[in-house]
Design a binder for this molecule. Structure first.
Ligand SMILES: *[C@@H]1O[C@H](CO)[C@@H](O)[C@H](O)[C@H]1NC(C)=O
Ligand SMILES: *[C@@H]1O[C@H](CO)[C@@H](O)[C@H](O)[C@H]1NC(C)=O
Ligand SMILES: *[C@@H]1O[C@H](CO)[C@@H](O)[C@H](O)[C@H]1NC(C)=O
Ligand SMILES: *[C@@H]1O[C@H](CO)[C@@H](O)[C@H](O)[C@H]1NC(C)=O
Length: 335
């Protein structure tokens, strides 16, 4: 396979070369080319952009994707390069057909997200992750109607979460985890448009505080990760046997509610509640959740006997330990 590859790449290069203007990959819109060269200049012509030369068609440039029928730039994916430094170039906003923007693993990328990017009204994937960008999560993201994935994880963003993000009609995933966000989870997150399933919600490793809004018990989430914040109070409304949620991580918060009254979603595969102030006992219904492969209730204030069964037997003492008076296999026998 490895031996055959050079031949194939030569053929592809040949087909996409400017000698064959009919080949779609070789096309390049001149406005898009101008914008890309401005992006390259904004990044001080970093070595990463060595293939971005005016003599080559911009659809052939490294990190650039085009619509084969129009030759317009639809994707820009710049990733994994510590040599790229500076702020996010506003010239990205001059790529009006951009649907996918990915700036990933660029530790030298700093400053806020420029408001010029609010002009990217065709954007579907907006991923700026593992960078050093700071400033707020822009509220204008809610005005980009085609957004389906927002990933701003592993940055240094601060401020509160814009409530208006819940207006996005087709959002499938919202990753704001691993930042320095503060304030509470917006109440409005209980009312994403009914036309789409609500997004998978990743808000972990921030400085979010206050109670989880009870409105979040309304939507039918897939994955919710609120771990490692300072959230308080009840979270039982996220559970319930009739909910489709498959993964829920609430670990390392300050939640306190009675687990005895909860029924677990039947399709749950992962439930992490460790390091909270959860009281009550583990309901026997847990043994009907046959797909549960991760379960951790350690470091809470649970009591009573662990209900014996096929599901509870999967987990070791380390998923049950450090509770108030939880007992029975795999912990010590109840008195
Ligand atoms: C980053 O710069 C150094 C020094 O100029 C160079 O050796 C290295 O290959 C560059 N890395 C990338 C990913 O371009
Ligand atoms: C987290 O938020 C609290 C207020 O809710 C504030 O006092 C504290 O300084 C914040 N910590 C960080 C690291 O931002
Ligand atoms: C659980 O998963 C099954 C199979 O995918 C699905 O038919 C069912 O509706 C799900 N149950 C809930 C409560 O979402
Ligand atoms: C459950 O959580 C505790 C506390 O963080 C941790 O020590 C333990 O390793 C966890 N169990 C698993 C399987 O991750």
């Amino acid at each position: 396979m490895a031996i055959k590859l050079p031949l194939l790449s030569i053929l592809l290069l040949f087909l996409s070369s400017p000698l064959f203007p009919a080949a779609s990959a070789g096309r390049c819109n001149s406005d898009d080319k101008k914008a890309l060269l401005a992006i390259k200049a904004a990044f001080n012509n970093a070595y990463h952009f060595a293939s971005w030369v005016p003599s080559a068609a911009c659809c052939d440039w490294y990190d650039v994707d085009c619509d084969p029928s129009t030759g317009r730039v639809t994707g820009l994916s710049i990733f994994q390069d510590a040599n790229i430094t500076g702020t996010i170039p506003a010239a990205i906003a001059d790529l009006p057909y951009l649907t996918n923007l990915l700036l990933h693993h660029l530790p030298g990328l700093t400053g806020p997200i420029p408001s010029a990017l609010s002009r990217l009204h065709r954007i579907q994937l907006f991923r700026i992750s593992f960078t050093s960008i700071s400033g707020p999560v822009p509220s204008w993201l809610s005005t980009l109607p085609s957004l389906s994935i927002i990933d701003l994880s592993f940055n240094s963003l601060s401020g509160s979460i814009p409530p208006s993000l819940s207006l996005l009609p087709g959002l499938l995933a919202l990753h704001l985890d691993r930042n320095h966000l503060s304030g509470s989870i917006p109440d409005s997150f209980g009312s994403f448009p009914k036309s789409s399933p609500p997004p998978d919600l990743y808000l972990s490793h921030n400085n979010l505080s206050g109670p989880i809004p009870a409105s979040l018990g309304g939507p039918t989430w897939g994955i919710v990760d609120l771990s490692r914040n300072h959230l308080t109070g009840d979270a039982s409304f996220l559970l319930g046997s009739n909910k489709p949620i498959t993964q829920l991580d609430l670990s390392r918060n300050r939640l306190s509610f009675d687990l005895s009254k909860v029924s677990f979603p039947v399709n749950l595969t992962s439930l992490d509640l460790n390091h909270n102030g959860i009281t009550g006992s583990i309901p026997a219904q847990i043994n009907q959740v046959t797909g549960l492969v991760l379960f951790n209730v350690s470091y809470n204030r649970l009591c009573g006997e662990i209900p014996a069964g096929l599901v509870t037997a999967r987990f070791s003492q380390y998923e049950y330990f450090h509770n108030k008076c939880l007992c029975g296999t795999p912990l010590a026998a109840c008195k």
